[in-house]
Every structure is written in C-alpha cells, then in structure tokens.
Ligand binder design. Structure first.
Ligand code: SF4
Length: 279
C-alpha cells in the first residue's frame, strides 16, 4: 500500500497539463433542453427546474461551468417565485417527448439538472412522479436521472424523492471539511458529515467527483487518501471521476491530467473496493 502511494506521489511531479481553451457554457434558457450527448448518460433530455436568468445553488464551486453563484442559499425565498410550476414542467416535458416521438428519436435518459441544484425545487417528488408517467408513455427505455450536489441529502424528504429515480448521481469531491469549504463553498449550515450520513442512507447511488489543481487542489496524494476513506464509508455503486471540461468560475484552477484521474480511479477500486470510471 505504501509502495502504491509512493509511486503515485511521483505522478504528481509531472508537468502540469498544457492549458487548452475550455469551452464556455451559458445558462439553460428553458425548462427542457437537449437532447444533448452525454458521456455518462447517452442522449439525455434535460429538465431545468431552476430560474433561467441566474444560477440557484447551495454551493459555489470553484469549477462551476455556470460561473459564480451570486446568492448561495438553501432557502431560496423570493427566488422560488421564478421557478416553474409542476404543471408547467409536465407540459413542457410532454411537448418535447411528443416531438421526439413524432421524429422517431430514442433517448437514453431524462435528466433533472439545470441551472444550479435541482433538489432546492420544493416539489421535486411531484415532478419526478409526473416525469415517470411521461417517460413510461413516450420513451420507456430512458432512465430517469438526477445530477445533484448532495447538499440536501441529509433531509429524509429529499431522499424519498431521490429514491423514486432510476439513477442518482451525487457530487462528492472532498475528503475533509476544510477541502469541502475551499472547493465547493457551501451555504451555511451544511457540513460534510451530514452529507456523508445522508449518502450512506441513499439507496444505490453513484458519486461524481471533480478533481482540479492550481489555487486549490484536491488531486494531491493526501487529499485523495482522505477522500477515499470517505468513499469507502459511503460505499456507492460506483464513482465517476472527471476534471474540468468547461471554463471554471475561478480561472486560477486547472484541469488535472488523464493519468492522474486514472490513478485516482485505480485507488478507488483498490483501496475502497468500489467501481470507478474516468469520464
Ligand atoms: S453544485 Fe453544481 S451548479 Fe452548484 S456551484 Fe457547484 S458545480 Fe455549480
């Protein structure tokens, strides 16, 4: 084990990844977007339950593709007025699915994601129930998925809603409270311990973990070792590992190499006994 770490430590002494221009992405402009090709989800039709003119999130991740979160919050308050009703989501989804059906296009997944953290939407379970019915009618082969930042997973009501889905992909990037705060900048009062406890109770979830370097790095040997301890504790179905693909909010962080990501994935398999794949 020590040999593995020592050998891996050498890999961090390689030159940094040559900087390549990262693509910029804009906020989603409607309730439904796509289908878009996704490395993990295939042809995926997106559902955005959040505002279309700003990001609504409980985190402010350094690597966020949508830029900085202006008001990091768990209690959207006034911002709830900007969210679509369940009926509006249902109508928009049905319109998109019927166009896909008319064009005889099959999709692989319907994914709740969008401009921020989707579990902040107050009637998430109702949306999922409605989306499931439409999925069964129009695209029964498609998986109903969510990409969540895990900030609300300590809440049993949110967990019950998430358990209605076919695929739960939950963010988990840091192995310590300090790294969690530096990388994800959560709104108070969320603590990593509550997230871990919630993820342990969530059935059959996948974790997604983004690794970066530069002003903040979670890809060094010590950070990875602490993070793997938590992965072992949560024991998800698998961990999806990736680095920057789009321009990050903080321009002082950089992508880590594919070699490093592959090393991290191997460590997850070897030290935590959990399946892992690099995307
Ligand atoms: S959780 Fe997602 S949407 Fe929110 S700041 Fe982080 S990367 Fe952006």
């Amino acid at each position: 084990m020590t040999g593995t770490i020592a050998k891996s430590r050498e890999s961090f002494e390689q030159p940094r990844v040559p900087s390549q221009p990262l693509k910029k992405i804009s906020l989603q402009r409607g309730i439904i977007y796509g289908p878009v090709p996704s490395r993990r989800l295939g042809e995926s039709l997106g559902i955005n339950l959040l505002p279309t003119d700003h990001k609504l999130c409980s985190f402010n991740c350094l690597y966020c593709q949508y830029g900085w979160t202006k008001h990091v919050t768990f209690a959207p308050g006034e911002q709830l007025k900007n969210l679509p009703s369940v009926h509006a989501v249902e109508a928009a989804l049905e319109a998109s699915l019927s166009v896909l059906g008319r064009d005889r296009k099959k999709i692989d997944s319907i994914t709740i994601c969008g401009n921020g953290e989707p579990t902040l939407y107050p009637r998430l379970a109702d949306v999922i129930v409605a989306a499931k019915k439409l999925r069964d009618r129009y695209q029964p082969q498609a998986r109903l998925a969510i990409l969540s930042n895990s900030s609300t997973v300590g809440n049993p009501t949110v967990r019950s809603a998430l358990d209605l889905l076919d695929l739960k992909i939950m963010k988990f990037d840091a192995g310590s409270e300090a790294m969690f705060r530096r990388l994800n900048h959560p709104a108070a009062p969320v603590y990593m311990g509550e997230i871990i406890a919630g993820l342990k109770q969530l059935k059959d979830c996948y974790l997604q973990s983004c690794f970066v370097q530069g002003r903040v790095t979670n890809a060094d040997v010590d950070s990875v070792a602490m993070w793997i301890e938590k992965i072992r504790e949560i024991h998800p179905l698998a961990v999806h590992i990736y680095s920057l693909d789009r321009e990050p909010a903080d321009k002082r962080i950089e992508r880590v190499s594919r070699t490093t990501l592959e090393w991290i994935a191997n460590e997850v398999r070897w030290r935590a006994g959990v399946a892992s794949e690099v995307f």
